[in-house]
Design a protein around this ligand. Structure first.
Ligand code: OAD
Length: 458
């Protein structure tokens, strides 16, 4: 399935697949980032479960679901309906099918899919059905050949039949995971470099997220171990995203103020990715940069304000959430630094103008998203693309427009006009700048921006 398809169809190798009783919903409101985390953990830590599992109640192994809320395994309605029973008892809504790797929301009573779920679906399918011919590609065949060679060289002590079976199974799993790094595309790295150099691409859009500010010292949200959401135990939150939820903030503002001290108040300088965007802007080929980040480091790098759309707001101003009066941002920052709650005269809480879950995105986001219809290249950097409606910007880019994803994880599964550059973001951007032959321009931008920054913070 292509993420960019607005009318969702399950198409693999040009063929529409059946098997779904209902077309999946693409905007299930019950899907939470914590569900994606749960799936990531399943794919990394408990991948054996995908192959062998049994219902926690009746131990049936034929057709089971995996609850993304509490990780319980329950059999389908075709067996004894223990997962449906679990849902009615707990309201846990979303489950992964171990039979065909689809996702079902019991509250929407529908299959569901998003770009991110689809990426995970492919991941699980590759584990579950490693021999399925339809997902094989040329590179994968080469990888298979390598594994075959390895098998011939298996050490003597592993010749024992049982061990051999285990090794084979492990290899199959590893192979399945390795396959994910391969992205077949008609859009090559060479085409990217030549297209930027020649200004064939002269309406470029950036779609960015927390990953681009990680090297500035700001943690991202969802990277296991280092991301903000994995470090919130001491706040006793019901779930990590609550820290940025309006409803939770109203009742527990202290948690936000405490957490933000350090996270939102640190002195940070723009990174390679910010300077790169300024460079593209200076070339006169930047249509718009859309970011989920609230740090405004693009502006620090020198990007003109009109070229930046801060979809989740920023920290340059603040308002009372009760009477909506603008308040003093310096006082706000002081309150965060001293971890004291900043209240308005009306007793309402004051909050920086960042978008919390449960709040509308700025009107600028909806207006500017239309610009994506006219872009000729999109570069997506440092985002897991799990938060909507930002993630849906990808579907507004015309199908024929190439998309480059520069990210550690392949958070987007594209179609033919798609290039994935995995690994470290800064390193990838440095490589692009070098291959464009624009190191000098880049260094000048960096030097000027950092000099301005130092002066401002003297
Ligand atoms: P995430 O933390 O969800 O994703 C960051 C992405 O950047 C991940 O895919 C990482 O693998 C990648 N990444 C991090 N460091 C990297 C590096 N050095 N090199 C390459 N890739 C790297 O952050 P966002 O997608 O921005 O919203 O999260 C979106 C929204 O979720 C945020 O704006 C925030 C949060 O809840 C609100 O609070 C409303």
């Amino acid at each position: 399935m292509n993420f960019k398809d607005k009318e969702i169809k399950f198409v693999v190798d040009g063929k529409e697949l059946g098997g779904f009783a209902v077309y999946p919903k693409t905007n299930c409101p019950h899907l939470l980032p914590s569900h994606i985390d749960s799936l990531n953990r399943l794919s990394e830590e408990k991948k054996d479960l995908i192959l062998s599992n049994s219902c926690s109640e009746c131990q049936d192994q034929s057709e089971n679901w995996f609850c993304l809320e509490c990780n319980l395994i329950g059999c389908s309605r075709e067996v004894k309906g223990h997962m449906a029973k679990h849902n009615s008892e707990t309201s846990h809504s979303i489950a992964l099918s171990f039979s065909d790797c689809s996702f079902w929301c019991y509250n929407c009573d529908s299959y569901i899919i998003t770009g991110h779920l689809e990426a995970l679906q492919r991941k699980f399918s590759a584990i579950k059905f490693p021999d399925e011919p339809k997902i094989k590609k040329v590179e994968e065949k080469k990888e298979e050949d390598k594994v075959e060679e390895k098998k011939v060289d298996e050490p003597a002590e592993k010749k024992d039949e049982v061990k051999k079976e285990e090794v084979k199974k492990e290899e199959k799993l590893d192979e399945a995971f390795d396959k994910l790094k391969i992205t077949e595309s008609e859009f090559s790295y060479q085409a990217l470099i030549e297209g930027i150099k020649s200004k064939k691409y002269n309406r470029i859009a950036f779609l960015t997220g927390a990953g681009i500010s990680v090297s500035a010292g700001i943690p991202d949200f969802r990277s296991p171990g280092t991301g903000l959401y994995s470090k919130l135990e001491k706040y006793n939150l019901p779930y990590p995203e609550a820290i940025f939820e309006l409803g939770y903030f109203r009742n527990n503002p202290k948690a936000f103020y405490t957490l933000s001290n350090g996270f939102l108040t640190a002195e940070v300088r723009p990174t390679t990715s910010h300077f790169f965007q300024k460079m593209i802007s200076d070339m006169g080929v930047l249509e718009q940069s859309f970011t989920q980040n609230i740090d405004s480091l693009e502006l620090e790098a020198g990007l003109p304000e009109g070229k930046l759309c801060q979809a989740h707001g920023h920290m340059r101003s603040c308002h009372c959430i009760n009477c909506h009066k603008e308040k003093d941002i310096n006082k706000m920052m002081e309150s965060i630094k001293t971890e004291t709650i900043y209240s308005c005269e009306c007793n309402g809480l004051v909050k920086p103008d960042i978008v919390f879950f449960g709040e509308k995105l700025p009107i600028d986001f909806f207006k500017k998203s239309n610009l994506l219809k006219y872009v000729d290249l999109a570069i997506v950097m440092g985002t897991s693309l799990v938060v909507f409606p930002f993630a849906s910007l990808v579907s507004m880019i015309p199908k024929e427009v190439p998309i480059v994803l520069i990210n550690r994880d392949e958070s987007l599964q594209g179609e033919s006009n798609y290039l994935f550059m995995g690994g470290d973001l800064d390193q990838n951007v440095v490589k692009i700048v070098k291959d464009l032959g624009m190191e000098e321009q880049y260094e000048k931008i960096k030097k000027e921006a950092l000099a301005k920054y130092e002066k401002k913070n003297e």
